[in-house]
Design a protein around this ligand. Structure first.
Ligand code: SF4
Length: 171
């Protein structure tokens, strides 16, 4: 996996101060994409052990609430394994931090399932923001998403209940 960029202090992509990881590669090719240079899976830098260690260091301070995975497409089959390796490290060393991920795929719909990877990656997430941005459903008043078809899915509650439960936005 390659990644395009890291933000160490992001307040736009989830609650609180967060670290954001923008992975490279996306096949959705949405009209008006804000990040078209990252469609290329070779864009940016290789996602090495050193990069993971750097992310853990950035996440460590008390004022950082968690990390958010964006793209590109975090759930492209080519990107899931790298994010799983990172998620395991975060759960092992910094279990109190929340993990959010954005995807243009639909959970329970066309989200690609990679054997021995996807299920564990989903289980590591606190919130999955799913679905493509649809300009006709654009709504600027929504938190952390651009169009009303996109969902903030509480993954812990969803997996426990066996049905989609949305994240409580009052948090
Ligand atoms: S899913 Fe995101 S990165 Fe991919 S084309 Fe659409 S807006 Fe761009």
């Amino acid at each position: 996996m390659n990644y395009a960029s890291i933000k160490s202090c992001d307040i736009a992509n989830g609650p609180g101060v967060r670290v954001s990881l923008f992975v490279s590669g996306c096949t959705h090719h949405c009209k008006d994409c804000f990040n078209a240079e990252a469609w290329d899976f070779n864009y940016g830098e290789p996602f090495t052990d050193e990069v993971m260690d750097k992310l853990l260091r950035l996440l460590a301070p008390d004022y950082v609430r968690g990390i958010t995975y964006l793209g590109g497409e975090p759930f492209d089959p080519r990107n899931q394994e790298g994010l799983l390796l990172l998620s395991r490290k975060i759960r092992e060393h910094l279990p109190e931090k929340s993990i959010w991920a954005f995807t243009g795929y639909v959970y329970g719909g066309n989200l690609p399932i990679v054997p021995d990877v996807t299920d564990e990656l989903l289980s590591a997430l606190d919130v999955l923001v799913d679905g493509p941005f649809i300009a006709a459903q654009k709504n600027l008043s929504l938190r952390f998403r651009g169009s009303s078809n996109q969902r903030l899915i509480d993954m812990k509650k969803t997996r426990a209940a066996g049905e989609v439960i949305l994240w409580d936005e009052a948090q």
